[in-house]
Design a protein around this ligand. Structure first.
Ligand code: ATP
Length: 310
């Protein structure tokens, strides 16, 4: 549904996106996760044809967004970060206006469908200005689904919501995912865990991870602490079968926190237990092993590890 290839974008001298590539398949629900300023909004604006990239290409449902943004936009429902607020209009007048602008064939049917989907029936005549933030977000989502798009792109759909509104919007997104492909941005990890099949982690304008959540959960890591530095340890660890990556980490991770200690974190390929081989290596090489700890990967641990190393 989305094929983004090599997207780059600078604002003046500042490179906000640097060679960003990813795909989203039809029917997927994918979270674009990143700190504030990571480049999420820039990516979504480019995908929806509202911003030109400096380099790269995007296909939405096989349509080139840069060549034919209008054809691509017909397939996309977009909730921008700061949705335009026509606060003096009632919910139904606003949706009628959007239906007019989009030149929809069966305006009233389309509005009724969107209103039922977003549970706005009892707020139709309320001016948008008088709605809570949660209801305003529902109106934003109703306008995004009015033309029955195949793809929904939602920029931080739950930002600023209180806990009960947040659960309502999450449930709404889940319901909408039964009929549409969804890509949404967030900086909130539990949001991704609650809703997504897959998370794309964006940091400083680069894709740092793109993984199915169930693959992440089946990936383990190990923390190995040595009492003293050993020359060539990282290299030897890297050569252990099943080890995907090796990183020397700060000693704060080691339990005893002794100055001479060194610690390494190894991630394993999915469904591989690397601990027996690591233990055998340390024993065979007579390393001063202090600790060998098995750790399961979570989205949070991956995100934190990437944040520390970026
Ligand atoms: P947030 O969650 O804060 O919206 P984000 O991940 O969506 O962050 P972007 O809004 O895409 O990030 O911004 C990426 C970087 O580009 C930020 O450092 C931002 O300050 C900068 N930036 C965004 N828009 C512009 C602009 N029009 N002119 C200059 N710099 C910009």
């Amino acid at each position: 549904m989305i094929e983004a290839q090599g997207l780059s974008k600078s604002y003046g001298d500042f490179k906000a996106l640097d060679d960003v590539s990813f795909n989203v398949g039809a029917g997927e629900i994918v979270g674009l996760l990143g700190h504030n300023g990571a480049g999420k909004t820039t990516t979504l604006k480019i995908l929806t044809g509202f911003l030109q990239p400096d380099a790269g290409s995007i296909q939405i449902g096989g349509v080139d967004v840069i060549e034919d943004p209008q054809a691509a936009q017909a397939m996309i429902g977009y909730l921008p970060e700061n949705a335009p607020v026509y606060s003096e209009l009632s919910v139904q007048d606003y949706l009628l206006m959007v239906a007019d602008v989009r030149n929809l064939a069966n305006k009233l049917d389309a509005i009724k469908e969107a209103v039922v989907a977003t549970a706005l029936e009892d707020r139709l005549t309320t001016p948008i200005a008088q709605l809570s933030k949660g209801y305003r977000q529902r109106v934003g989502i109703a306008q995004a689904i009015l033309h029955r798009p195949q793809l929904l792109i939602l920029d931080e759909p739950t930002v600023g919501l209180d806990p009960s509104q947040l659960i309502e919007i999450r449930n709404l997104i889940k319901r909408l995912s039964q009929h549409s492909t969804i890509l949404f941005s967030t900086h909130i990890l539990p949001e991704v865990e609650a809703l997504c099949d897959r998370a794309i982690i964006l940091m400083n304008g680069k894709v740092r991870s793109d993984e199915q959540l169930d693959v992440l959960a089946s990936t383990s890591s190990a923390l190995l602490v040595l009492d003293d530095d050993v020359i060539g340890a990282a290299e030897a660890l890297r050569n252990v079968t099943g080890v995907d990556s090796v990183e020397r980490v700060s000693q704060a991770s080691a339990r005893d926190n002794v100055a001479s200690q060194v610690a390494y974190r190894m991630t394993a390929f999915p469904n591989v237990d690397i601990n027996p081989q690591l233990f055998a290596l340390a024993k065979e090489q007579n390393w001063p092993l202090r600790e060998l700890r098995y750790e399961t990967q979570t989205l949070e641990s991956v995100f934190n590890q990437l944040s520390q190393s970026s």
